[in-house]
Design a protein. Structure first.
Length: 232
């Protein structure tokens, strides 16, 4: 799968492990807010490119760990362990977890967001917690100190009706589960077949452009059924 995202410093060739480490540490410390040093032993991709063992990552970078591989993000006052088979995006003092599991240790109130749910340390002290998102079920475990599980309200989501959707505190040594569909609502339905294009068609080269043109020009032909968004 080809991702249309800015290419970060990761995936560059020609740097040995020592050089990559020095480059990562230097660039992550040059004053860019939210920068981190990524440590891995292979099997980790950033913005669609395989990462070096030591690399700099920045807010907006998309991280993916493969089967049997994990990654560690080191930032000022925070460390995040991304478990195998996880997808997440780094933001400023925040990690957006699409799916998988992460373990956080922080003295800077580093947060983890899953959809409309954000896990926030209660105290600005060293806090350790785990967040897992599998099949729209979110598990939050507080290892040291408490964390709040907060729901972000906006015009697209209904007013909270349950205790879980209003927010909750997970106390030290506790673990709680949250239903993402109950709190954030059902996942957004894909647009109609006649008005959307499957993202996997994007950036497939000249042949793909021809396919897209055909989709746009042929979708109004009454003798042909619309192309399903899930069709290959």
């Amino acid at each position: 799968m080809l991702l249309i995202v800015p290419v970060s410093l990761l995936g560059q060739t020609g740097l040995g492990q020592t050089g990559a480490s020095q480059t990562a540490s230097g660039q992550a410390g040059q004053g860019q807010t939210g920068a981190a040093v990524l440590r891995t032993q292979g099997g980790v991709w950033v913005n669609g490119y395989e990462a070096q063992d030591y690399s700099a990552v920045f807010p907006g970078d998309l991280l993916e760990t493969k089967v049997g591989s994990q990654a560690t993000l080191n930032m000022e006052g925070s460390t995040v362990l991304i478990q195998p088979e996880a997808v997440a995006k780094l933001q400023n003092n925040l990690l957006e977890l699409d799916h998988g599991s992460v373990s956080v240790g922080t003295s800077k109130s580093f947060k983890v967001r899953v959809n409309c749910i954000t896990v926030v340390p209660v105290l600005n002290e060293w806090t350790q917690y785990d967040v897992t998102n599998l099949n729209r079920t979110i598990q939050v475990a507080a290892r040291k100190n408490d964390v709040n599980v907060e729901r972000e309200l906006d015009h697209r989501t209904p007013s909270p009706q349950t205790e879980a959707s209003r927010g909750s505190t997970v106390h030290e040594a506790e673990q709680k589960g949250f239903d993402e569909s109950e709190i954030c609502g059902p996942p957004a339905r894909p647009a109609g077949a006649g008005t959307s294009i499957n993202p996997k068609w994007i950036a497939v080269g000249a042949a793909g452009v021809g396919v897209l043109v055909c989709v746009l020009l042929c979708r109004g032909t009454p003798t042909k059924p619309p192309i399903s968004p899930s069709a290959p």
